[in-house]
Design a protein around this ligand. Structure first.
Ligand SMILES: Nc1ncnc2c1ncn2[C@@H]1O[C@H](COP(=O)(O)OP(=O)(O)OP(=O)(O)O)[C@@H](O)[C@H]1O
Ligand SMILES: [Mg+2]
Length: 222
């Protein structure tokens, strides 16, 4: 479970303090699928970065699997992320100097998995996202939808417990967005992962078990 308690995040400049997250209380139960919507700049990416231990917050608490992230040092947090979190970034952050298969093998390599096993597991997941014919392509030769599917394969390849997907379909047309989403949902359900999705698309958020709106720093169930 991920539990945010009285979570507060602000940015201070020399002149003023801008509040991004204002006393968020949120429980994400294991195995649930949760969408967070809210207009651009409302703090969705910031909240995901905080809940996955990528970014510090101003006050409050975030507990992941009962562990208070404030009590984890950078090394412990990285180890937790490596083992339990898959993250699909808003701008996918693939490694452009590497091929499709190398990008997907990367998290398994970091976990210390044997190369042959990592290769097999990566091929399996790339088949699931229909990219088995693109294994040795460099990322810059792929279409937008194909890049998103590589990012999904990379996030899901180790079957992590928590999947964060930050507008993974934001720059795709409707048909591709629904296709990419349904592949992702299918894999998440198979792995019994907890799925957190930031999206502007109500057709997609309607397919999740819990829906929230982030507005003026506050979280409302919708
Ligand atoms: N380092 C920073 N310093 C100051 N303000 C910041 C910083 N990082 C983010 N912000 C501000 O925090 C707000 C929330 O940003 P965030 O990226 O979380 O929004 P978002 O809901 O993900 O938006 P989008 O839908 O456009 O992706 C924005 O107004 C942004 O400018
Ligand atoms: Mg964002």
């Amino acid at each position: 479970m991920i539990h945010c308690k009285n979570l507060f995040k602000s940015y201070k400049t020399s002149e003023f303090e801008e509040i991004i997250l204002n006393n968020i209380n949120l429980e994400i139960k294991d195995g649930s699928s949760v969408s967070i919507s809210g207009k651009s700049g409302s703090g969705k990416s910031t909240l995901f970065h905080i809940m996955s231990g990528l970014e510090k917050f101003t006050s409050g608490d975030v507990l992941i699997d009962g562990k208070n992230v404030k009590n984890l040092n950078d090394k412990d947090m990285s180890a937790f992320r490596k083992d339990h979190i898959g993250y699909i970034y808003q701008f996918h952050h693939l490694l452009y100097e590497f091929s499709v298969i190398e990008n997907v093998m990367m998290p398994l390599h970091i976990k210390g998995m044997n190369k042959d096993l990592a290769y097999e597991a990566s091929i399996e997941i790339l088949k699931r996202v229909a990219l088995e014919k693109r294994l040795d392509f460099n990322i810059n030769k792929l279409s937008g939808g194909e890049r998103q599917r590589v990012a999904i394969a990379r996030a899901l390849v180790g079957s992590p417990k928590y999947i964060f997907a930050d507008e993974p379909t934001g720059n795709l047309d409707k048909k591709n967005a629904l296709n990419v989403f349904s592949i992702m949902k299918e894999l998440v359900v198979e792995n019994n992962s907890t799925f957190l999705l930031a999206t502007h698309d109500s057709e997609i958020s309607n397919k999740m078990t819990h829906k929230y709106l982030l507005e003026n720093g506050e979280m409302k169930a919708i």
